[in-house]
Ligand binder design. Structure first.
Ligand code: ATP
Ligand code: MG
Length: 405
């Protein structure tokens, strides 16, 4: 296996050999996980002429339903992994809790990006924070809590009030407890079944932002503009990207921090780094996601290349060019809540009223059951100026019952 192979659609893994575009079955790109991120990856890969294979145990997975192949097994099932490796020219992942050993197994047979080592760091908050420190990017003061003795020692580290976060498997604010004092911290760790955790100091946030970078196997790196993000109850609610949404100096700092974090793990693929901006204006890194990210969905409609296009390019070893944002953009996340009215009765959102607004782009993930807090889709609003997209996005939010921002 050649690790720097360039996988062009419609033929051979070696672009120098003359293979007619019509002679061979298109190459297949594989993805571990069948959620909405996998679905949007599949759409991007297919639009470039690739076939796709998705490994996900759920027969109704959003990506599995639109892929040429859906391998319906557990992520660690040897037969499933073998099938994925056999049919794919290269393999990526769409969720960060994909078991790292499965990626290592696949990497014996095919190029896999991001690599298991980078994914393993992002899967563990303690390893992730150690990586940030190594890269010289400040993160929130924290303590690793694996034992009762470490918990007691953390009490004298000036970390309270804080947030106790499970080291592994957290997402959308799950596995997190806000703790004010020693009693609450001890009780919270009991409630979390004493699994390994990190205790983070609660910081005075002014706002949150994120940066998405794409890095090729040759180390070439490009980035999207910095996204300004609003979270509600631990879940991303709104992303805004337009002229003047963040101070210029802060954007430069965030981009260079994200680039060093990617470089520091020799990352290949699309990486999102999330930051806090504190009330004193300083920038603190929160966490990284080894895949495209919810805060990058606006790129589908507001940029000349989307984050999923760049995932395809990095995976296939194709050239990267710096993406250009051509429209001001706001993304509204569409959680299952939008399918319920004020009396908690199920309803169909008024899509016609939303789509009657100029510059609206509706993306739904094909999930059949709407549940509160479940990500069902997103609405991108694009336009010529911040003013225009804010006006339209606020109107759309009002129609959908999403709080103003
Ligand atoms: P996801 O992976 O979906 O982004 P998560 O479950 O990993 O979320 P975090 O990003 O750690 O959760 O935290 C969720 C939100 O909680 C943050 O976006 C921020 O609003 C708030 N938060 C987390 N840590 C802190 C902190 N140390 N100080 C203040 N607020 C915090
Ligand atoms: Mg987060």
């Amino acid at each position: 296996m050649n690790p720097v192979v360039s996988l062009l659609p419609g033929g051979s893994a070696a672009p120098a050999t003359s293979v007619s575009a019509t002679a061979a079955e298109p190459l297949t790109l594989g993805v571990m996980g069948g959620g909405q991120l996998g679905r949007m990856f599949v759409h991007a890969a297919q639009s470039m002429g690739y076939f796709t294979a998705v490994l996900d145990p759920d027969r109704n997975s959003p990506a599995g339903r639109v892929s040429h192949r859906h391998i319906q097994t557990d992520y660690t099932d040897p037969a499933g992994l073998q099938q994925l490796a056999a049919c794919s020219a290269a393999i990526t992942t769409e969720f960060e809790n994909v078991p790292a050993p499965a990626l290592r197994e696949l990497a014996k047979h095919r190029p896999v990006s991001p690599g298991a080592d980078a994914v393993a760091i992002a899967q563990d908050r303690a390893a992730e924070k150690a990586h940030f420190v190594k890269c010289g990017v400040p993160c929130a003061p924290y303590a690793v809590i694996d034992t009762s003795a470490q918990l007691e020692a953390a009490l004298s580290a000036n970390l309270l009030p804080g947030i106790l976060k499970t080291a592994r498997m957290g997402y959308d604010g799950k596995g997190q407890v806000r703790v004010k004092d020693a009693g609450a911290l001890r009780a919270a760790w009991q409630d979390l079944k004493q699994v390994p955790c990190v205790l983070e100091k609660m910081l005075p946030l002014a706002l949150e932002c994120s940066v998405i970078v794409a890095r090729g196997r040759d180390g070439q790196m490009v980035n999207f503009p910095v996204q300004r993000n609003l979270h509600r109850e631990g879940i991303l609610a709104v992303t805004e990207v337009y002229e003047g949404h963040l101070p210029e100096a802060l954007q430069q700092l965030a981009v260079s921090a994200a680039r060093s974090i990617a470089q520091g793990v020799n990352y290949v693929g699309v990486l999102c780094v999330e930051f806090f901006v504190l009330q004193d204006g300083s920038l603190v890194v929160n966490e990284m996601a080894p895949r495209p990210h919810n805060s990058g969905h606006y790129t589908l409609d507001a940029c000349d290349q989307s984050q999923f296009d760049l995932q395809v390019r990095t995976l296939a070893g194709l050239p990267l060019t710096q993406p250009r944002q051509h429209s001001a953009a706001i993304m509204l996340n569409l959680l299952g809540d939008v399918w319920f009215d004020a009396n908690n009765t199920m309803r169909l959102p008024d899509w016609a009223a939303v789509l009657a607004l100029p510059g609206t782009h509706l993306h739904l993930y094909g999930k059949t059951e709407a549940r509160k807090a479940r990500k069902m889709g997103h609405l991108n609003v694009t336009g010529a100026s911040a003013q225009v997209v804010r006006d339209v996005a606020l109107k759309a939010a009002a129609i959908l019952g999403i709080d103003a921002f």
